[in-house]
Design a protein around this ligand. Structure first.
Ligand SMILES: [Zn+2]
Length: 212
């Protein structure tokens, strides 16, 4: 089965939104003025369409995201549930799972990366198959998130005793055939580094999206 969020997970979050159970407390401080998130105020609700994979069919599920506002500087900040990545419709589990499978396998091409059990997931409505270029784009998105939060990730590593034991697991390398440009190489290296440390830190991109 391809990695995905489930319909039930998304609906459970929607119920939490409707019961006003989503608080800003798990968010990082304001990125502009560093005010602690407990002082954020509810700002707005925004409906988003998410894509989940059920029996190799990509289906849409709607869910509301909550935006908070910093009471000091006025910056608005979205609280991302476990299954959401900013500006992406596919679930966090799908984006992270397919990207990880590509990044950690030296032999895998983007064409290989969309295939699960000899099949490619396709849209339930249009029949359009998951494109290899989607995985290429997802890796760029994940790398940008890692780079934007690299200092916080390194701090978490320093504070984690289990991760301390594995701080030098050997150099991380990416085969030349997987990247044409140095920029792309940097993206793949950052993703590979993240996937290597995330088991020790026990974090997913959920924490990274909410600023750790
Ligand atoms: Zn602020």
């Amino acid at each position: 089965m391809p990695p995905t969020a489930t319909y039930e997970q998304i609906k459970a979050y929607q119920q939490q939104v409707e019961k006003n159970k989503i608080t800003p407390h798990g968010l990082g401080p304001c990125p502009r003025c560093h005010l602690e998130s407990i002082f954020f105020k509810l700002h707005a609700y925004r409906e988003r369409r998410f894509l989940v994979i059920v029996d190799m069919l990509v289906k849409a599920v709607f869910c509301t995201l909550v935006r908070f506002k910093c009471t000091d500087c006025g910056k608005t900040i979205t609280s991302y549930p476990d299954f959401a990545i900013p500006h992406k419709h596919y679930s966090r589990q799908t984006i992270e799972g397919f990207s990880r499978a590509y990044v950690e396998d030296d032999q895998k091409t983007y064409q290989d990366a969309v295939i699960i059990d000899d099949a490619v997931a396709e849209r339930a409505v249009s029949g359009r198959a998951l494109a290899p270029s989607s995985i290429h784009r997802w890796i760029g998105t994940l790398a940008a998130l890692i780079i934007a939060n690299e200092d916080a990730l390194k701090k978490s590593l320093q504070e984690n005793s289990a991760a301390q034991l594995c701080r030098h697991p050997g150099p991380i390398q990416i085969p030349k055939k997987k990247c044409k440009t140095s920029n792309r190489r940097h993206c793949l290296l950052r993703c590979r580094w993240f996937f290597k440390i995330q088991g020790f830190l026990k974090i997913s991109f959920h924490r990274v999206c909410n600023k750790i």
